[in-house]
Write a protein that binds this ligand. Structure first.
Ligand code: DQA
Length: 140
């Protein structure tokens, strides 16, 4: 089983950006965590991060032929990218949306996800653990 794990804009700045919200761990720490948990679960993961909407869409489309499922944290694109919503719908692969922070506890503009309706479900507010939970959910 192969899962694409996609992180959107500014997630490469983990450990630098708003540490009170996202903590001190870096994007590299997140990648190590996901790789470690994937190994334990016996899942093959391919990690991808981009600040560019079109690159994220290209990677989602790449999953069509090359992956069995997707875990995606679209970052701020969550709240307005109909193009990412369409891409997830297009590939028709089981997809889970993850957010490190609890988006429903934050500013009102974060309360709406336009991408979540294209997904099986959403995990929000559990930090790195959310990615592991998403992999487990896809396995089930
Ligand atoms: C985020 C939440 C988004 O609202 C924000 O724009 C991000 C990160 C999260 O993981 O909590 O960049 O997706």
């Amino acid at each position: 089983m192969k899962i694409y794990v996609i992180n959107g804009p500014n997630l490469n700045f983990l450990g630098i950006r708003e540490q009170g919200v996202y903590g001190n761990d870096t994007y590299e720490d997140l990648c190590m965590y996901i790789n470690k948990e994937a190994k334990k679960l016996n899942v093959e993961v391919e990690l991808f991060q981009s600040n560019i909407e079109g690159e994220i869409i290209n990677f989602i489309q790449d999953a069509y032929k090359n992956a069995d499922g997707i875990v995606i944290n679209p970052g701020a694109y969550t709240h307005y990218s109909i193009a990412i919503f369409d891409a997830i719908k297009s590939v028709n692969l089981p997809t889970i949306e993850v957010h490190l922070s609890n988006i429903y506890k934050r500013e009102e503009f974060r309360h709406k996800s336009v991408t979540a309706p294209a997904c099986i479900g959403q995990i929000s507010g559990f930090g790195f653990l959310g990615y592991k939970l998403a992999l487990e959910a896809l396995l089930k």
